[in-house]
Design a protein around this ligand. Structure first.
Ligand SMILES: *Cc1c(COP(=O)(O)O)cnc(C)c1O
Length: 381
């Protein structure tokens, strides 16, 4: 939800969201995925890009499946999108409104006994078949049935399906180390996933989709593609592991460009201390510019004194600590109203979200998905 105190579009910074970059990345994904179905992950407000608009772009481009993390997000998005396509919700807590989810035609992940019980109770009440994707924990230790639990639950699945309360849509799991070129963990996870598939097969429970891979799996582990892949990062133009291959090397285009208008400039002499704590004192005179974005907007404070922005084609390093709503850059010749680009497409000479991540000790995913809701998203069709 955008901050209601901000009038539509009136803010000194903006995130430009490029449809052509998104469609380019989607095409890249399709080239790699071949016949494998693509589920577009739009969790965390589509990694900060705006889930409604990204979902529409994906559906308009022929994507059949959307995935979100929280059930509440799925319910809200499903209503907004007027039920186009299929939608999978990955996370729900006990007492979730499963009946509403079923009424809205949302596919649900089941990775624990209580989830199955609550979903079946809702299905019985509504007299419908719940569409479920059974999650097995193949080595992430985060969610899903462990293989032993899974074996015990299978007879129940058989019974619920026989009673018309369950549609077995998917069997799925998630890889812990797919962003490494080869890891015994990935091989083990595939082996456990195969075992789970065999358990289902032996019970006569065929599923429509098996899905294990996210972006890293699609890019670096072809054997994990199965019949569906769940893609987030690469659709937004991020590499799942820039140390292995940068977005540019993978021919992915950043969908988001973050920029702000310079609001203040000043000429200051040598010896000037800058921002809180005076962590920088100038060795020589400088022309400073103030960028009206801060950690309240999701700009990482850890990038203080390390990241830089591009203004009028020149690199302007951050000087001193990033504040809540603003920070200072070394900006020769810059005037109020000039545009500072924090990150965008490296092909245009901008830093990337991954550069900011490297400068602040995190990953590009966190840089884009934490971007403040109050920054207007401007969609470039
Ligand atoms: C976030 C997530 C994805 C997408 O991962 P990317 O690396 O962004 O492609 C896929 N599946 C699950 C279960 C996730 O949590």
């Amino acid at each position: 939800m955008p901050d209601s105190s901000i009038q539509d579009g009136y803010y000194p910074s903006r995130a430009l969201i490029s449809r052509s970059a998104f469609l380019h990345n989607l095409q890249r994904a399709r080239d790699l995925a071949g016949d494998t179905e693509i589920l577009a992950i739009v969790k965390a407000d589509a990694y900060g890009h705006g889930k409604e608009q990204i979902s529409r772009w994906a559906l308009d481009a022929g994507i059949n499946w959307l995935g979100v993390a929280q059930l509440g997000e799925a319910i809200q998005l499903r209503k907004t999108l007027q039920q186009r396509g299929r939608m999978l919700a990955l996370i729900a807590e006990p007492g979730s409104p499963f009946a509403e989810a079923l009424t809205l035609g949302i596919d649900l992940s089941v990775g624990a006994k209580w989830t199955l019980d609550e979903i079946i109770a809702a299905a019985e009440k509504l007299n419908v078949a719940a569409r479920v994707h059974i999650e097995v924990d193949t080595g992430m230790a985060r969610s899903g049935f462990l293989l032993e639990e899974f074996r015990q639950i299978v007879p129940k699945l058989v019974e619920y399906r026989r009673r018309g309360l369950l549609e077995m849509v998917g069997l799925w799991s998630h890889l812990a180390r797919a962003d490494e070129l080869s890891s015994p963990t990935t091989d083990q996870q595939v082996a456990i996933f195969e075992e789970a598939r065999q358990v289902l097969e032996a019970a006569g429970l065929e599923v429509q989709f098996c899905h294990l891979a996210a972006s890293a799996g699609l890019l670096w582990h072809p054997e994990t593609r199965y019949s569906m892949v769940r893609l987030g990062a690469m659709l937004y133009g991020l590499s799942p592991n820039p140390e292995l291959a940068t977005a540019e090397e993978l021919d992915l285009h950043p969908v988001m460009q973050l920029e702000a208008d310079i609001v203040s400039t000043r000429d200051v002499p040598a010896g000037t201390g800058i921002s809180y704590g005076h962590t920088v004192t100038l060795g020589k005179a400088a022309h400073l510019g103030t960028v009206p974005l801060g950690y309240a907007d999701g700009v990482p404070r850890h990038a203080s004194n390390s990241a830089s922005v591009v203004i009028n084609g020149q690199d302007c390093p951050i000087l001193g600590r990033i504040c809540m709503d603003q920070f200072v850059v070394d900006a020769p010749g810059v005037q109020p109203g000039d545009i500072a680009v924090l990150f965008g497409d490296s092909a245009k000479g901008y830093a990337t979200a991954d550069d900011w991540a490297a400068d602040s000790g995190t990953i590009g995913y966190e840089i884009i998905c934490r971007l403040g809701a109050r920054i207007p998203r401007q969609y470039m069709e």
